[in-house]
Design a protein around this ligand. Structure first.
Ligand code: IMP
Ligand code: MG
Length: 178
């Protein structure tokens, strides 16, 4: 797929994504055996990762979605997090696993964890496909991390560039306007 206005190159292949998703699901299968697991997908970016990840899980679980908004521009964070779609599932006393696409500043995840904790779940943990550890504005870490990536803007496999390119089946690095 190409667009004359946008230049990007593959960073993580479809095969690497598949292998890592299986690995993460195997760890969650082990750790959540016998627990009351609820996956909470943070839309929109995590939707493709969630779809692949949940199908690799063999333990029973429920799925719900929240949506947050933190980006005003195309590649820079506004730092302001809002919930734009709320939970429907009762998570009281249940084991919640937040499914994230990427952690960048950490502000979104921090906000979401605090918000979910208001509902008194038994536990809240996080699986993220991608982690940009260099760009944290606050100290926060995921419990399960797919790939550590450098401070580069990435797109594809659910992640957007100005709402496009979510359908790429690999993760690409944005390399600027042509
Ligand atoms: P944070 O609040 O700065 O940690 O950013 C979290 C959200 O910003 C993610 O869930 C993504 O939706 C978005 N985001 C951060 N970095 C990127 C990127 O490189 N490409 C696309 N979206 C990104
Ligand atoms: Mg997101």
């Amino acid at each position: 797929m190409s667009d004359p206005a946008v230049n990007f190159r593959e960073l993580i292949s479809q095969e690497q994504l598949q292998a890592k998703t299986r690995e993460l699901a195997a760890a969650v299968d082990r750790d959540y055996h016998g627990k009351d697991l609820v996956l909470i997908c943070n839309l929109k970016g995590a939707f493709i990762f969630l779809a692949d990840f949940c199908r690799e899980l063999t333990i029973e679980h429920e799925i719900d979605f929240i949506a947050t908004s933190s980006y005003r521009g195309m590649t820079s964070s506004s730092g302001i997090v809002r919930i734009v779609k709320d939970l429907k599932t009762n998570i009281h006393n249940r084991d919640v696993l937040i499914v994230e696409d990427i952690i960048d500043s950490g502000l979104t995840l921090d906000y979401v964890i605090k918000y979910l904790n208001l509902h008194h779940p038994a536990s809240v943990k996080v699986v993220t496909l991608l982690d940009k550890k260099e760009t944290r504005m606050i100290q926060i870490d995921a419990d399960y991390v797919g790939f550590d990536i450098p401070d580069k803007f990435v797109l594809g496999y659910g992640l957007d560039f100005a709402e496009k390119y979510r359908n790429l089946n690999y993760i690409a690095e944005y390399v600027g306007e042509v």
